[in-house]
Design a protein. Structure first.
Length: 516
């Protein structure tokens, strides 16, 4: 049987190195450099860690990936988790679940059966191979997540303007840019840059890509939608009129135009069936007996011969001490900054100056009115403080569903979070009623999660440039303490980053064990 092109390239990579393989790939019409990464995997000896104990602080994704891989390699592992659940920011709210804030206030989700809110991560990009491989290993069932939907809406900035479909925003912008380019070519503005053959080729392309007419103008496209939709009536379809240029090039439209182009958000995206916490729960089941819940860390003593962690049982108030050879600390840096440690001064300073972003999610139970408007999953965009409105990607044609009536971040999230809960709910309802007139009144059982106010998180993700000096500093071993989490990866805020950061630390501990 003849070898495939990929077989040949893999052989070249193994024998001559990737530089040769990449050159050959281009000659064969393939580009391995743009191939999505494969899952990071460790294949450690099962008795490698025998006689060695590791304490892991935090049962989020990074903590549980660390615990699972170390357990496979024979290490003695104990995970200390302050909450009564696993997952960290991987948190799904269902009816009866409580949301406690740092100020002592709380909410209780009133969702009905089958309705849930992914308060933290809500999507899995197809190129996040490591966390997807863990889903496969742990038996977590996945389904498509509709992230980009051209039938979803954009709410214009000006008061009183009706919402427009994303298909019109996308295709009218393409048409207007195409018209400007076609006119420039026709007037000879690009003659110094293009040959006659180039000009003809680009003009033909614009006709297909942007539906530019032979006279160089854009008069609208059926790709943008119809005034009269195709059907079986007596009147044929008529495409909708183009949007005004000022609306198309308004900075407000940029996110709606570019969002799905970002590599994290390109199809295919996925979600666990039944809620994102199915991933956390699967890890937790695999680590049964190794996770101690309600264990709030009070201090970390990094000694020459080991690590001593003092923690309090939040149920009984009893204070205990756990010792280990090594410690993996996955506690968010915003929380770690308030824990007593004897870490070096430069490390403590880097932890304390790390700033977390703001983000708020407000969710509702609602009749699925959006499906009557042809919206099945996806995201609508507004210029209001709620920013995004998400529609569910499952349970189509059920009577009720979950509507995410706010997902914001940055300064707008700070402004929104400063409101009382009642004000947030009223604001979200009013914005949704602008987006979907007449449907705000049907929204019930609101819940709001402001991540800076959530105990043991105090923020959703780090507001820094990955790769900076603090990032590099905190990624180094600190005596017998090792920091891990999505905040110490180049995929900050994602579960993939958490898993990869954890595997990096596990690989380091494995190398230390082999060397010993």
């Amino acid at each position: 049987m003849a070898a495939s092109r990929r077989d040949l390239l893999m052989h070249l990579a193994a024998t001559a190195g990737w530089a040769v393989a990449l050159g050959a790939s281009k000659a064969l019409g393939m580009d391995l450099a743009n191939t999505p990464p494969q899952a990071a995997k460790l294949d450690l000896p099962r008795d490698l860690g025998k006689g060695r104990k590791v304490v892991i602080l935090g049962a989020g994704i990074a903590g549980m990936v660390s615990a699972l891989e170390l357990t496979k390699a024979g290490f003695e592992v104990q995970v200390l988790e302050a909450r009564e659940r696993v997952g960290g920011r991987n948190w799904t709210l269902r009816g009866g679940d409580k949301v406690d804030y740092l100020d002592g206030s709380s909410q209780t989700a009133g969702f009905g059966k089958g309705v849930y809110m992914n308060a933290g991560p809500a999507r899995l990009p197809g190129w996040h191979r490591t966390i997807l491989t863990y889903c496969k290993e742990l038996g977590v069932e996945l389904q498509p997540m509709v992230n980009a939907n051209r039938s979803a809406l954009m709410l214009p900035r000006a008061a009183g303007q009706p919402p427009v479909r994303l298909r019109q925003v996308v295709n009218d912008s393409r048409g207007m840019i195409g018209e400007l380019l076609a006119k420039s070519i026709k007037r000879g503005a690009l003659d110094q840059d293009l040959t006659a053959a180039d000009r003809a080729m680009i003009t033909n392309f614009l006709g297909a890509w942007a539906e530019i007419r032979p006279d160089g103008t854009y008069k609208g496209s059926e790709r943008s939608g119809f005034k009269v939709w195709p059907g079986a009536g007596d009147v044929g379809p008529t495409h909708i009129d183009p949007l005004p240029m000022k609306d198309i090039f308004d900075p407000q439209t940029w996110e709606a135009l570019l969002f799905e182009e970002l590599v994290e958000f390109q199809p295919t995206m996925m979600q666990p069936v039944g809620g994102m916490d199915r991933i956390a729960m699967a890890f937790g089941a695999k680590l049964k007996g190794k996770i101690r819940h309600g264990a709030e860390v009070i201090s970390i003593d990094n000694r020459e011969g080991g690590v001593e962690v003092t923690w309090k049982d939040r149920r009984t108030g009893k204070v205990s001490v756990t010792t280990a050879d090594q410690a993996i600390v996955t506690i968010p840096l915003s929380v770690l900054a308030g824990i007593k440690t004897n870490l070096p001064a430069d490390i403590s300073a880097a932890i304390k100056r790390t700033r977390y972003e703001s983000s708020v999610k407000t969710g509702w139970q609602s009749p699925r009115f959006w499906e009557d408007q042809g919206i099945y999953g996806g995201i609508s965009y507004t210029s209001d403080l709620i920013n995004h409105v998400w529609y569910p990607s499952a349970g189509f044609h059920s009577d009720t569903g979950f509507l995410l009536g706010c997902y914001n971040y940055g300064p707008g999230a700070d402004q929104y979070a400063a409101m009382t809960l009642e004000q947030q709910f009223a604001y979200s309802r009013a914005s949704i009623d602008r987006l979907h007139p007449g449907h705000g009144a049907g929204l019930v059982h609101p819940v709001s999660v402001a991540w800076k106010k959530i105990p043991f998180n105090q923020g959703p993700w780090v507001d820094w440039e990955s790769g900076g000096p603090d990032y590099r500093l905190l990624n180094q071993p600190i005596g017998r303490v090792h920091l891990a989490g999505e905040h110490l990866s180049f995929i900050t805020s994602w579960q993939e980053g958490a898993a990869l950061s954890a595997l990096r630390v596990v690989e380091r501990l494995a190398a230390m064990a082999k060397a010993a």
